[in-house]
Design a protein around this ligand. Sequence first.
Ligand SMILES: Nc1ncnc2c1ncn2[C@@H]1O[C@H](COP(=O)(O)OP(=O)(O)OP(=O)(O)O)[C@@H](O)[C@H]1O
Length: 231
Amino acid sequence: MLTLQSVNSFYGGSHILHDIDFSLETGKILSVLGRNGVGKSTLLKTLMGLTSSMTGKLTLNEIELGDQTTFYRARSGMGYVPQGREIIPDFSVKENILMGRFADQSSKAEIPDIVPELFPYLMDNLDRAGGLLSGGQQQQLAIARAIATNPQVLLLDEPTEGIQPNIVEQIEDCILRLNKELNLTIILVEQNIRFAKRASDEFLILDNGRLVHQGNGNELTDELANQYLTI
Ligand SMILES: Nc1ncnc2c1ncn2[C@@H]1O[C@H](COP(=O)(O)OP(=O)(O)OP(=O)(O)O)[C@@H](O)[C@H]1O
């Protein structure tokens, strides 16, 4: 169970997130929705300890993480796939994946078993420089790197943004498989309402740094999308 109580988050003196409260049971998928600039990416960064500061309470399986470093949070089970993917271009595919292993003390420096199943392209191109991959392939690589941290919760920031339409469905299917096969809890920042509806057990909508709506996935209606998500 992941729980946030009265979480506020800041970049320097800029107060971005205000009094965020929610909890998410293990194995559920939560979509975070909202217009551009409302604080969706900041919510994921706050969970990883990547904003300047936060107040309030953040726990994962009753372990308090709010005062902890990013490194500690990664070791405690928070896996992160950032917007833009942040692949290291000069590192090979294999090196990019194995970077995730630094966060996992329990295992040897090996590629996780599920990676060949989900991403055969990566396994066939382990020595290729990460920077030479297409956007969709880099997204697969960023997900594989996050899986290598052995996470309990996977944070995905717009995983299908800027990806060729024919690859989008593959990425979506892979996210659903990770949820089902590894029982991973997933928080998905998503502009793609179709996928949010397909994937989500729960959703929340942010507006101007505040949580303005939350509900079960089947309550994500076109009316709500029109009210909060259109410009
Ligand atoms: N590093 C930073 N320093 C200061 N302010 C920031 C920083 N990153 C984001 N912000 C501000 O925080 C607010 C929320 O930004 P955030 O990127 O979280 O929004 P978002 O909902 O993810 O938007 P998008 O859909 O465009 O990615 C914006 O006003 C943005 O300008």
